[in-house]
Design a protein around this ligand. Structure first.
Ligand SMILES: C=C(O[C@@H]1C=C(C(=O)O)C=C[C@H]1O)C(=O)O
Length: 386
């Protein structure tokens, strides 16, 4: 529902130059959603954005952090910022252009070869966990509207999760590109001094038959491989966030979370900040990249990923917002696609965590299932290039 009860709206800065009135940010979440438009200032450095917020020069910042911290961010201090209660779902058909899967990189065979290579290193004890991803190219007959794709994704997700981020502030090839997706994973949410994370790791496909679907869920809850994959994430978040909190709790066993395509293991982590001046954006920077999308140990896993895959860009980074009080929400940028500046193509991303006991074919299938979030928006869910 668009603009239900409004809980925060910062005034338009008409005294500042509006050099990007059509730059839009959307984050639809069940509890609180954010929509912004226009540009007061762009940032390719998150630290400059934090400084802008802390000195009071800007009222809010929205956008995306890349997977690799050494690459530019895409952050915007918007002209208007509206926070609303509830999600941004509204009924009504969304028409997207006719689309086809135009290719995948790496090929399914190459992806399983990479997973096998990672398993060899994991079994040798060089790493504990690493997340490997692949991409699908989607080509359309006419330009994709990023906001229309976001509206479609919001309507298809039962939690009405969806996001749209203008990547232009990252400059260069990112001018005019957008990242759009429907992610279920909360990196960090800050409300006053209360912080929450909801990491996910460990996955199994949903089944159309409800009995078999329930059996899949129970299989996931009992899977030692998935529980170990999950524990790396909770331990890493606890090690970073715990010391920043005066009280902190992370349950020792995960719960189930479902998306239309997958069951995941998820853990709700909560804390009370020791220093309430720490902004949501700073917390996101401290936590990223978690082992949910990178691996353990972090540096070794990141080196393995950058030595294996093409640049991930903003996939497996974080997208979100932070306001002048320091409150905000940052989601893990998964189940997403990057739309080209001309709108005629999109690159969808999907990955999965690999541990020593992983099976390469199962890992390939898991990425195919994850692609369905984006493919179903284009009515292509059955069209996986495998
Ligand atoms: C990496 C992705 O998802 C992450 C990996 C998961 C897993 O390995 O089980 C589960 C949820 C996400 O944290 C993705 O969707 O691309």
């Amino acid at each position: 529902m668009f603009a239900l009860a409004e809980v925060a709206e910062y005034p338009l800065h008409t005294n500042r130059s509006d050099n990007g009135a059509d730059s839009v940010f959307l984050l639809s979440r069940r509890q609180t959603s954010v929509q912004t438009s226009g540009v007061v200032e762009e940032f390719d450095s998150a630290f400059d954005a934090v400084e802008g917020l802390k000195t009071g020069r800007i009222d809010s910042v929205v956008g995306a952090l890349p997977f690799a911290p050494s690459t530019p961010c895409a952050l915007t201090a918007p002209l208007s910022f509206t926070r609303t209660r509830g999600d941004l779902h509204h009924s009504g058909a969304v028409n997207l252009p006719s689309a086809k899967v135009a290719g995948c990189k790496p090929s399914p065979v190459e992806h399983t070869r990479r997973v096998r290579g990672a398993i060899t290193r994991l079994q040798a004890g060089e790493l504990d966990k690493v997340v490997l991803a692949r991409t699908l190219a989607i080509a359309t007959e006419s330009p994709i509207s990023p906001t229309a794709l976001t509206r479609k994704l919001i309507s298809l997700d039962h939690s009405h999760n969806g996001f749209c981020v203008d990547l232009s502030p990252a400059g260069g090839k990112y001018r005019g590109r957008a990242l759009v997706g429907s992610t279920p994973e909360v990196l960090i949410e800050r409300r006053g001094d209360i912080v929450t994370c909801h990491p996910l790791a460990g996955s199994i496909a949903r089944h159309p038959d409800s009995k078999q679907d329930e059996a899949h869920a129970q299989e996931l809850l009992a899977s030692t491989k998935d529980l170990s994959e999950h524990k790396f994430v909770v331990d890493s978040i606890s090690a970073v966030l715990g010391p920043l909190c005066r009280s902190f709790s992370a349950p020792s066993t995960p719960e189930l979370l479902r998306t239309p395509q997958l069951w995941h293991l998820g853990t709700k982590i909560e804390g009370v900040l020791a220093d309430p001046n720490t902004t949501a954006l700073e917390l996101a920077l401290a936590l990223h990249p978690t082992p949910a999308i990178c691996g353990t140990p972090t540096d070794a896993a990141r080196d393995h990923i950058t030595g294996t895959e093409d640049d991930r860009g903003f996939y497996a980074g974080a997208i979100g917002w932070c306001d002048r009080t320091g409150d905000g929400e940052w989601m893990v940028a998964i189940r997403c696609a990057e739309i080209a500046a001309d709108g005629l193509s999109a690159k969808a991303y999907a990955g999965g965590g690999i541990v020593a006991s992983s099976d390469p074919d199962t890992e390939l299938r898991e990425t195919s299932t994850k692609f369905r979030t984006i493919l179903s928006a284009f009515d292509l869910a059955e069209d996986l290039a495998e």
